[in-house]
Design a protein around this ligand. Sequence first.
Ligand code: TXA
Ligand code: MG
Length: 331
Amino acid sequence: MDGFPSTAPPPTRRLSADAAGLEQAAALIAAGRLVALPTETVYGLGADATDPAAVAGIYAAKERPSFNPLIAHLPTRAAAMAQGIFDAHAQKLAEHFWPGPLTLVVPVAPGGTVCDLARAGLDSVALRVPGHALARDLLARVGRPVAAPSANRSGRVSPTRAAHVLADLDGRIAAILDGGDCPVGVESSVVACLGGPPRLLRPGGVTREALAAVLGFSPETGGEVGARPVGPGLLASHYAPRAGVRLDATRIAPGEAVLLFGAFRPEGLAEACAAENLSEAGIAEEAAARLFSALRRLDASGASVIAVAPVPEAGLGEAINDRLRRAAAPR
Ligand code: TXA
Ligand code: MG
């Protein structure tokens, strides 16, 4: 600190995806600073999950309501399993889907080190082993659980490339580790295993069909644990672009921006001010990977409404439709 009053925020450092960048990112996190990191789903805003001051920094940078608990990321299944109590369902899911886009909410282990603030005071903890090699390398170097919500301001569209993160958080975080585009593109599926049948709190990168194949049954959706809301799905508006969002559009009004899926063409498409197709071929995986950047581009068109053509619910369609419904929710 030079003692001069400054108005400009300190710049956010761009770190490259090599050993030097990883070392710097790990050192910053270990020192209690905020570092955005790539995962296979979306970029996370990482901080030492054992350090309440560092975690408080996440809530502040995101302007996130503090009752919303965060996911703790670990480099290996063994490290994650040491943080929680895994029943038979949770063990099966961890074995099949970790590393990968699945978050398990389980009771905190007696020796668990994820701080109260990261868990929003709950006696459960959300754990994830990312399927992104660079992320796991970083987590191994940090050597502690890393709390990482999506690296966007609260309520905004999640980031799937470094430029998205900087658009929301430049100057608010110490650094970003640039790992290129996130291949999955929607957040992890969140499954609670808290005794009784597992519940799908948030659809995401692991499909309901894949979960059902491992569990032997399809998990129930949503639900509350204790007296507190258990997922931001219960917040009305989330993942919101600036423009309004209108779902199941089969007819386009002049001047609207349009989000398409597959071969379907709504009436009036020629009058749209901008259009993006999530997947010409109608492939849900491709659509998920492109969802958040397509929403950002349509938002940048300046249209006041983004009209969204129907997206089938199968496979990753459930997660895509969940994000689109939240984007369309009243604000
Ligand atoms: O793909 C992802 O999951 C990304 C990347 C960065 O890993 N992270 C992410 O984190 O989406 P976040 O904080 O945006 O979402 C955390 C989700 C929320 O739905 C939250 O309510 C739920 O996990 N969650 C966390 N702890 C919980 C708990 N103890 N009980 C119930 N739900 C919990
Ligand atoms: Mg988020």
